[in-house]
Design a protein around this ligand. Structure first.
Ligand SMILES: NC(=O)c1ccc[n+]([C@@H]2O[C@H](COP(=O)([O-])OP(=O)(O)OC[C@H]3O[C@@H](n4cnc5c(N)ncnc54)[C@H](O)[C@@H]3O)[C@@H](O)[C@H]2O)c1
Length: 255
């Protein structure tokens, strides 16, 4: 038995590193995937990979920060699959210009909040009635372990956005539990994507960071995808309102 047999999921940021790995893993587990991304090329590439692997997916180009586009994207997914059982609010940005709030650039804060938070709000708002109708819905949000930690290399707008996601996850879990929709979030530490590799490109900086990881490595996109799969499936049917930290033990290691 696959984890997600017969389920239908909408994944945002599906053209990106984690979104692509998750779309492929969802499809591997028997799920049909509505792959949403602002990048046309990236999302069509993801759908091509899912189909090559024998899965079923549709590509939907939309900007999650734009509510009208999100509404249309959800409608397209529902028309394609006849409903929706799960959403993964994964789309997010982490611009390198994001530093301390003491040097806050209002436009940068707006950009990050519009995508990371409003994007999550828009998708959740328009998809939730379909999840309720499906009867065993799952909402999975993307937070970060930074929601729980201060960092000597600050990314304050990003950090604040991920803290808000964690808070919204708990708030919504209480509201939607009685309607059989579970709401959880992932809070990963650094995942070895191109973006993160660029962030830790200085070998010294990288070594300082890795010394804090009891498991001795950054995460992989597959580490995230497998947990996303479990949390979106009925195998986790008594789990809601949780922000699950996956960070190789970094946040429990006092050094
Ligand atoms: N990579 C990490 O180390 C890490 C750690 C913790 C949390 N996260 C979170 O995981 C999520 C995915 O990260 P990733 O590393 O795969 O990043 P990524 O940049 O590879 O993928 C993000 C995807 O989101 C898409 N996107 C950006 N803005 C969008 C918009 N307005 N509308 C629709 N799609 C949009 C991009 O086109 C891209 O395909 C993000 O929310 C990120 O904050 C990542």
């Amino acid at each position: 038995m696959e984890y997600l047999t017969g389920r239908r999921a909408l994944v945002t940021g599906a053209g990106g590193a984690i979104g692509r790995a998750t779309s492929l893993t969802f499809a591997r587990e028997g799920c049909r995937v509505a792959a949403v991304d602002i990048s046309r090329d990236a999302v069509f590439e993801t759908v091509g990979l899912v189909e090559e692997a024998g899965g079923e997916a549709v590509a939907i180009v939309a900007d999650v920060a734009d509510e009208a586009q999100v509404h249309a994207a959800v409608d397209t997914a529902v028309q394609a699959f006849g409903g929706l059982d799960a959403i993964f609010n994964n789309a997010g940005v982490m611009p390198h210009q994001d530093k301390s709030l003491l040097q806050a650039d209002a436009d940068l804060w707006d950009l990050i909040f519009n995508i990371n938070i409003r994007g999550t709000v828009h998708v959740t708002k328009w998809a939730t009635p379909h999840l309720v109708a499906a009867g065993a819905g799952s909402i999975l949000n993307m937070s970060s372990f930074l929601a729980y930690l201060g960092c000597s290399n600050p990314q304050d707008a990003y950090t604040a956005s991920k803290g808000a996601i964690a808070a919204m996850t708990r708030a919504l879990a209480v509201q939607l539990g009685p309607q059989h929709v579970r709401v959880n979030a992932l809070a990963p530490g650094p995942i070895a994507t191109a973006h993160v590799e660029a962030f830790f490109s200085e070998p010294e900086e990288r070594a300082i960071r890795l010394a804090r990881y009891p498991l001795g490595r950054f995460g992989t996109v597959q580490d995230v995808a497998e947990l996303a799969c479990f949390l979106s499936s009925e195998a986790s049917s008594w789990l809601t309102g949780q922000v699950v930290v996956l960070d190789g033990g970094a946040s429990i290691n006092y050094v």
